[in-house]
Design a protein around this ligand. Structure first.
Ligand code: IPD
Ligand code: CA
Ligand code: CA
Length: 264
């Protein structure tokens, strides 16, 4: 797969950052862990890895804007903009659960043009560019269409930082559970979306996410033939943080389930 020059830079940057994350994973007991907010950790590795990513991206494209989880910033509309999550799945990382990712997206003209999600522990690099398909390690990936909602394997995330939302969330979770084969909560929204793109999960739903959790993964799903929306089937999932991503045969049914259980 041939990537555009900016996505080539993003890939090289992510691979380097992934090596750093892996090294630090083995030495994680040396890391300082701080609480940013309720159930919201930041470790030294989030900061170091993000700094390296921003350094490389800025070096190659000094004019591009940046929105990064730890450093902040904002989405620029007058010029292209990177959206970076240095470690998606920090809680897993800090607990020694080898399931976390580096996520980098490129936005231009209000659209996500490129996105990558790297799982440095499994050496899986998911990359998509708008109109050019989605890939894992150079192999084309597509959402699955084999299953309806009955028998589907869904991924989700608990609203663990906004516990007041838990009752409404659990009602929807229960409604899905009555129908689907099972639901997974693996702790990395970026990888959840990449797995939908790869046809491993049939769908993903979560509320209250941030743009850096979903920007790259959403493009992966779309380029793999799936649908991504907010709970009202609108485009605004990046601002609301409410995301439903799935293949077209169950996306509508998932929205309906969310609506009926009162979450939308
Ligand atoms: C988190 C993960 C998790 C989701 C959280 C996110 P972080 O990102 O994506 O799956 O449920 O809400 O904030 O904090 O590990 O980068
Ligand atoms: Ca994240
Ligand atoms: Ca993060």
């Amino acid at each position: 797969m041939q990537f555009s020059p900016p996505m080539n830079v993003a890939v090289r940057t992510a691979l380097k950052a992934g090596m750093m994350a892996r090294e630090w994973y083995d030495r994680r007991h040396e890391l300082e862990v701080k609480n940013k907010g309720k159930n919201d950790l930041v470790t030294t590795v989030d900061l170091i890895v993000e700094e390296e990513i921003l350094l490389q991206l800025k070096k190659a494209y000094p004019r591009y804007g940046v929105l990064a989880e730890e450093k902040g910033g904002k989405v620029t509309t007058d010029r292209p903009c990177w959206i970076v999550d240095p470690i998606d799945g920090t809680l897993n990382f800090a607990h020694g659960v080898p399931h976390f990712a580096i996520s980098i997206a490129l936005m231009e003209g209000g659209e996500i043009q490129g996105g990558l999600v790297l799982d440095p522990m499994r050496n899986e690099l998911f990359v998509a560019e708008r109109g050019r398909g989605a890939y894992v390690n150079d192999r084309r990936i597509r959402v699955t269409r084999e299953r309806g909602l009955t028998g589907a394997l869904l991924a989700t995330g608990f609203p663990h930082r906004r516990l007041e939302r838990m009752p409404a969330y659990l009602k929807t979770f229960e409604a899905f559970s009555a129908l689907v084969a099972d639901q997974r909560r693996q702790g990395s929204a970026a990888l959840d979306l990449a797995y939908v793109a790869a046809g491993r999960y049939d769908g993903f739903w979560e509320m209250g996410l941030s743009p850096w959790d979903v920007a790259a993964g959403a493009l992966l799903v779309r380029e793999a033939g799936g649908i991504v929306s907010d709970f009202a089937n609108e485009e605004r999932f990046m601002s609301s943080g409410n995301v439903v991503a799935a293949h077209d045969s169950i996306h509508g049914a998932m929205l309906e389930m969310i609506r009926q259980s009162g979450l939308s």
